[in-house]
Design a protein around this ligand. Structure first.
Ligand code: FCB
Length: 403
């Protein structure tokens, strides 16, 4: 019988740039307009204005948590110039979540930065840590009553995106070839540069210091857990890839209040790096293998590498147009999660990716949402998976035994 603790958080996740719309001061808005292979985010799902409706749908279905982000490019549109109105907007979102009985899980950086910050030198520039820390300091003003804060989303994927900032320093030609997230073209996915990774870790630690001083929130960051594997002959390559692409960042969370685990599929490596998934009708809409067991592998690995930092599953889901497949995948993933928990791994909650079908970093085709969106009218269309996950939440896992 699969059951979860009574105070386990059940929710869904989203990210500002992917759902809000018109994030015009961000670096990504610029990339979308200069890189021909990227679709534009445009109005996205207009969740900037429709967040109450989105939260209401989650709460009504029975979920108890919502992970959403504060958008730095809105809060600090120019260096040192903070918008009180935007901070008040995000405070209203926090209040709305609390009013509807949803525990807010707040992300402070989810792949997008202010365009001026990249022009100033970006993540490897001299001002990076101070700039991010001063933004975090301002956001602390609105974080009263928030229990969970994630500093930087998936630094281990984001570190690869920092190459895109070349577009903002005039090297547009190079940027055209820069990889989009979830790219399955192995040539396009270089290994992270350790010095850039270390800079992100230092930035995270500076943000944690501010948050611990100014708030009562539990603080951590979220890592893309990729369940790396290899054929025995390539074991040495596995160790290198796994360290540079994941474990360095998990180690960076030792001492944090929690680690956000984000798992979707598994990833083979060989002597040439990442191996694309073998073509199969079961592959997801982002070309990855259908591997609901990835979540169990991920939490076990994160637990081991961090030395027992409590886990919040901050993303898990599947890009599919078949909602029954989403339910099957999620049910299986949750059974693997429950097994890991029964082995003693401390997991505090499960947040499904994603609340809405949304802008998947240059592409609108991969649909991860529990809720569909008509992009002309912005009408929301909850899918059966939303009601199903709400039922799992309300009964702490009972429907998992009925599949
Ligand atoms: C993760 C990102 C998220 C979304 C999902 C599918 O890498 O954090 O924004 O793109 O993958």
């Amino acid at each position: 019988m699969t059951t979860f603790p009574t105070d386990f958080l059940w929710g869904a996740s989203g990210a500002p740039h992917q759902i809000e719309g018109n994030n015009v001061n961000s670096d990504w808005w610029y990339y979308e307009h200069v890189m021909p292979h990227l679709a534009g985010s445009g109005d996205a799902d207009d969740s900037y204005h429709r967040y109450r409706e989105d939260m209401h749908l989650l709460a009504q279905a029975g979920l108890t948590a919502y992970r959403f982000g504060v958008e730095w490019a809105r809060v600090e549109p120019l260096p040192g110039e903070f918008s009180r109105a935007e901070l008040a907007h995000y405070r209203r979102m926090i209040d709305t979540a609390l009013e509807l009985g949803l525990t807010p899980v707040i992300t402070l950086h989810h792949f997008t930065s202010p365009r001026w910050f990249i022009e100033e030198g970006g993540w490897t520039g001299d001002t990076a840590i101070d700039r991010f820390a001063s933004y975090v300091e301002r956001v602390c003003d609105i974080l009263g009553g928030v229990e969970w804060v994630c500093t930087i989303n998936e630094p281990n994927i984001f570190v690869l995106m920092t190459r895109m900032s070349q577009a903002l320093t005039g090297v547009v030609a190079a940027a055209k070839d820069a990889p989009a997230n979830q790219s399955t073209d192995r040539q396009a996915i270089p290994r992270p540069q350790p010095e850039v990774s270390d800079r992100l870790i230092a930035t995270h630690q500076a943000a944690c210091e501010v948050l611990k001083r100014r708030t009562d929130a539990k603080v951590g960051w979220t890592v893309a857990n990729q369940a790396f594997w290899t054929k025995p002959v390539n074991a040495d390559y596995l160790a290198i890839e796994q360290y540079e692409r994941e474990d360095r960042f998990l180690e960076g969370s030792r001492g944090d209040d929690f680690i956000g685990v984000q798992a979707y599929s598994t990833q083979e490596v060989d002597e040439n790096g990442l191996v694309p998934a073998t073509p199969s009708p079961d592959n997801t809409l982002v070309g990855t293998a259908y591997r609901p067991d990835a979540l169990g592998i991920a939490v076990r690995h994160a637990w081991e590498v961090t030395g027992g930092v409590p886990i919040l599953v901050t993303e898990n889901g599947i890009a599919t147009s078949d909602d029954q497949q989403r339910i099957a995948y999620t049910g299986e993933a949750l059974r693997h999660l429950a097994l890991a928990m029964s082995d003693g791994i401390d997991v505090r909650g499960y947040l499904h990716w994603s609340v809405l079908d949304n802008f998947e970093w240059g592409n609108w085709e991969p649909t991860f949402g529990l809720i569909g969106v008509d992009r002309e009218t912005f009408e929301r269309h909850p899918k059966p998976s939303l009601a199903w996950l709400g039922k799992v939440a309300q009964s702490n896992g009972v429907p998992l035994n009925e599949v």
